[in-house]
Ligand binder design. Structure first.
Ligand code: ANZ
Length: 922
């Protein structure tokens, strides 16, 4: 009797492939359901057991929805541009395309071995020119659009040109990436073409500007804020510094308010919504100008607390502020320059979390716009260049950092809060009356805020302003392995290559920056480009998130050569109904794809303005690392029990060298040349014991477990069930194979239920017992309810209980086994197909219907009645629920207990209340 999973899985994978079982077409008669995984970057090390967790969950859900009659779109592809392939190319000269293709093949083979129900006819890879042609197309669309703040949508730049022709730009309420000069129609019409073009560049949603960027020297590229963690690059962990560079950016800030508002309509985890909300960071405040004392200059500050204006005792500029050099007096120059150098090396986050305040006085003063007092101008790196105006009015009695600053540098503090003792800063004093504040005296925050704002506006010294923490998204990367821009330059102005053709990535001799420090693409000569125009081509490439911002749309119409995705297809498939992926994409990918979707919606290319209706973050599967201890400056390793007796360094060892925490010393010596001659101090049992630690599964920690071996040993169906069985999808959980046997045994037990000793299929045509019906239907109910609420672990135990009960009932009745097989099929599709076909079905189980739950089967089949004599309960008796009243009366009279209690008397009446009581009156 054998459950030959390897044979079965091979057979059905072949069948599915040959019969295109998972191909879907747009079927108007069926309700659609779009179920999506965050597509992987195909890395060189393949999939480890953590990767498929979310994929298995969506696959179960997709199969479940299909069985329930939905037309399910469940595609897969690759986010295949990226750094690792490029770095490998730098080291080895292998073209990143080759590495990427190899890795994709390995991924595909691994994915296939797990038995996913993907429609592979829709496979995409962002690095294919047939895909990035459309990424470039969206970029061009952004370049050719501006954002109308009155209509609150993106519109065609041509529209703007016709307005300029008629009325100039004064009436235009549009997003601009820098301040624009006003012109009237006449001025516009007489402007040289080049100047017109330059003016328009400021309105475009894809634009070039000189911005402070996160520069990573080691990677030779700019990084987005979400690619930087604590001052180091997320990939590689290299230091990141601030640098002023000319870069392409996308005007995501034009969408800030909509990105914030529309979060309310999304079925996403609250934590992710909160992270996005903070990242967007909306604040209402005012821009206020402070005149400098010496010359005709204004320092514009952004404040959310105009009510505290009378508490301002100094101004602070970010060290990078463009007025710093003008304002710094000669005596302070050296100190200021030194400070600027120091703060350059700090990341934005490090600057904000500065425990120790630091700063330098410029030597200049500004004039307070109301009190006319002289206030000193400082520079300090707790003020960020990228936020607000890069300058603040400091109110020590209202703001903790200003207070600390004033204290450390002995700057005057004015107390403007009634009844507050300014020993410490009076953070968030919103319900306290103001004092020392002229026309704001005795008002509290709300009133003072609006009166001060109005006064500032009417005096012409500032204006009300809503500010967002969100920055425009920097879109250039100084790399090779990314989408080239469809852009060329003429007289240093960027122009779009407007034809339909894709600009392909040219071949280059080396994947390094040029000697002049230009990006690798600058190595391409004119002839290396498939399209070359103007003086030169753009040599930056797009960032990793370009391709991933719209890939969910391409799956809907993956093979369309004429459009990125037809309106018909996107109307049919609509938003992604369920999106599963890691929470690390909270502000990168998930924000950018919302932005692109809104943009495409504005331009009329899709009918929805949010990409992902429901989002679930799967928890990470953690690895169990093994650690050995090397005695410092020796090649001797000491067993964990004795490590405290020595001065040691812990070293991660490959988990495959360790069993039950005991190191295989021979394998260890062979593992790496430097350990060949290692010596060991063992424990009393003559073993070398390792410590173990639960942490992220990663190649560098040597704790990676790959699915391949497990699938070979237990089969894909066991693997799928087991990954789900580990616990709730959202939870972080350590990988632990100790329970996999149990899950495997469950499938074997099911096999045994319907096969005899000789492995003959055994199925009975008998009507199942009530108990068996009950077992099946309670399982249907549980599996259905649980999958509906995306609880994927609990149905596994329900299925196990079901097989146990059916085994006890010796039930191999066709009706029950068919039902159970269907329930099992989303989890263990190969085994389910096998049994389904053995049951005589001619079509695949994937084309069948989910069993319908019937409450009636759950009703008790028997009831135990209390039997009373003249109202006094004497004993209990059990009868079938369906038993007729007359029969119960007859049988109860024959019961030996009744005979005893009646002791010969004749009963007058027998009362039987269905499923309640039996009363015998005598
Ligand atoms: C005066 C003031 C008084 C402020 C007070 C706060 C409290 P949010 O809410 O995050 O928008 N600020 C402005 N630009 C800054 C920059 N580039 N770097 C660091 N800090 C900056 O914060 C806005 C407040 O943060 C502004 O309001 C400003 O300080 C500071 F009792 O102005 B406030």
């Amino acid at each position: 009797m054998k459950y030959d999973f390897l044979e079965i899985e091979k057979k059905w994978q072949k069948y599915w492939k040959e019969n295109h079982s998972y191909k879907v077409i747009e079927d108007k008669n069926k309700e659609k359901c779009y179920i999506l995984d965050m597509f992987p970057y195909p890395s060189g090390s393949g999939l480890h057991v953590g990767h498929p967790l979310g994929y298995i969950a969506t696959d179960i859900y997709a199969r479940y929805k299909t069985l329930n009659g939905f037309n399910v779109l469940h595609p897969m592809g690759y986010d295949s541009f990226g750094l690792p392939a490029e770095q490998y190319a730098i080291q080895t000269g292998t073209h990143p395309r080759i590495t990427t293709e190899k890795n994709i093949n390995r991924y595909r083979q691994q994915l296939d071995s797990i038995g996913f129900s993907y429609d592979w006819s829709r496979e995409i890879a962002t690095s294919q020119s047939s895909y990035y042609k459309w990424t470039q197309w969206i970029f061009k669309l952004l370049f050719n659009s501006y954002y109308c703040k009155t209509e609150n949508k993106a519109k065609s730049i041509d529209n703007l040109v016709s307005i300029f022709k008629k009325e100039g730009n004064k009436t235009v309420n549009a997003y601009t990436n820098e301040n624009v000069k006003f012109f009237n129609a006449e001025e516009w019409n007489s402007m040289p073409e080049k100047q017109q073009y330059e003016s328009l560049l400021k309105y475009r949603l894809a634009f070039i500007s000189e911005t402070w960027v996160n520069w990573c020297e080691e990677l030779g590229t700019v990084l987005a804020n979400d690619e930087v963690k604590d001052g180091y690059s997320e990939r590689g962990g290299y230091p990141v510094e601030q640098k002023l560079m000319k870069q392409w950016s996308l005007a995501i800030t034009a969408y800030a308010d909509r990105l914030l508002q529309d979060l309310n309509n999304l079925d996403w985890p609250d934590s992710i919504k909160e992270i996005q909300k903070n990242w967007i960071g909306k604040s209402n405040g005012v821009l206020l100008n402070f005149k400098t004392e010496e010359f005709e200059r204004y320092i514009e500050v952004f404040t959310t607390r105009p009510d505290t204006v009378f508490g301002v005792t100094f101004l602070v500029l970010a060290p990078e502020h463009r007025l710093v050099s003008d304002l710094t007096i000669p005596e302070q120059k050296e100190k200021v320059n030194q400070y600027i150098r120091e703060s350059k090396a700090k990341s934005e986050r490090a600057r904000q979390s500065n425990k120790q305040v630091s700063g330098v006085f410029t030597g200049s003063y500004a004039i307070h716009p109301f009190t006319k007092e002289k206030i000193p101008i400082w520079i300090a790196d707790y003020v960020l260049i990228n936020y607000g105006t890069g300058a603040i009015m400091a109110v020590p009695c209202g703001d903790q950092r200003d207070w600390q600053f004033a204290k450390s540098f002995d700057i005057n503090i004015v107390n403007i809060f009634e009844g507050v003792d300014i020993k410490d800063s009076a953070n968030e004093q919103k319900d306290i009356c103001l004092k020392n504040s002229d026309f704001l005296n005795s008002l509290t925050y709300n009133e003072a805020f609006s009166i001060a704002s109005k006064e500032i506006e009417s005096k012409g010294i500032g204006k009300i302003k809503t500010n967002f923490r969100l920055r425009d998204a920097i879109f250039s990367r100084q790399r090779y392995w990314g989408e080239p821009f469809p852009v060329y330059y003429e007289s240093e102005l960027p122009y779009i290559i407007e034809n339909e053709e894709v600009v392909t990535l040219p071949e280059i001799d080396q994947y390094l920056p040029t000697k002049e420090g230009e990006p690798p693409l600058a190595r391409a000569k004119k002839d290396d480009w498939n399209i070359f125009k103007g003086d030169r081509m753009e040599v930056n490439v797009m960032p990793g998130w370009a391709g991933s911002s719209w890939y969910y749309l391409r799956y809907m119409d993956a093979n369309n050569d004429l459009e990125f995705c037809s309106r018909e297809k996107s109307n049919y498939w609509g938003q992604v109904d369920l999106y599963i992926g890691g929470s690390e994409h909270a502000v990168g990918h998930l924000l950018y794809s919302r932005f692109w979707t809104k943009f495409l919606y504005d331009k009329g290319f899709v009918s929805f303005n949010e990409p992902f209706k429901k989002l679930v973050n799967q928890g990470m599967i953690l690895g169990r690392s093994s650690l050995v201890y090397r005695i410092n400056n020796t090649n001797t390793f000491v067993t964990a029990e004795k490590k405290s007796e020595h001065d040691v360094t812990a070293i991660h060892v490959d988990v495959s060298l360790v069993t039950n925490n005991i190191l295989d010393i021979n394998l260890f010596k062979k593992w790496r040349p430097e350990f060949e001659g290692a010596e060991f101090i063992l424990n009393d049992q003559n073993n070398y014991l390792c410590d173990s630690e639960v942490e992220k599964m990663s190649k560098s920690k040597f704790n990676v477990v790959v699915p391949d071996d497990l699938i070979q040993k237990f089969g894909a169906d066991t693997f799928r069930l087991y990954e789900m069985f580990l616990g709730p999808l959202e939870q972080y959980k350590p990988w632990d194979t100790s329970g996999i046997n149990g899950v495997h045994n469950f499938l074997k037990k099911f096999w045994r239920l319907i096969h005899d000793e000789k492995n003959n299929f055994l199925i009975s045509e008998e009507e199942p017992s009530k108990d068996s019906y009950k077992t099946l239907h309670k399982t249907i109910k549980k599996v259905k309810e649980d999958i509906d609420r995306l609880s994927f672990n609990t149905p596994v135990s329900a299925l196990m209980i079901c097989v146990n009960e059916l085994t006890d009932q010796k039930c191999n009745s066709r009706k029950i086994i068919s039902g159970f097989t269907l329930l099992l099929s989303p989890y263990a599709p190969h085994l389910a197909e096998e049994i389904w076909s053995k049951l005589g079905n001619k079509t695949s189980i994937t084309k069948a219907s989910f069993p319908i739950f019937n409450q009636n089967y759950l009703e008790e089949s028997e009831f135990t009645y209390p039997v009373s004599f003249n109202g006094k309960m004497r004993f209990k008796a059990t009868f079938g629920i369906d038993k007729k009243q007359k029969e119960i009366e007859k049988e109860i009279l024959e019961n030996e207990n009744t005979i005893k209690y009646l002791s010969g008397k004749k009963p007058n009446k027998i009362i039987v209340v269905h499923k309640r009581i039996i009363n015998i009156v005598f």
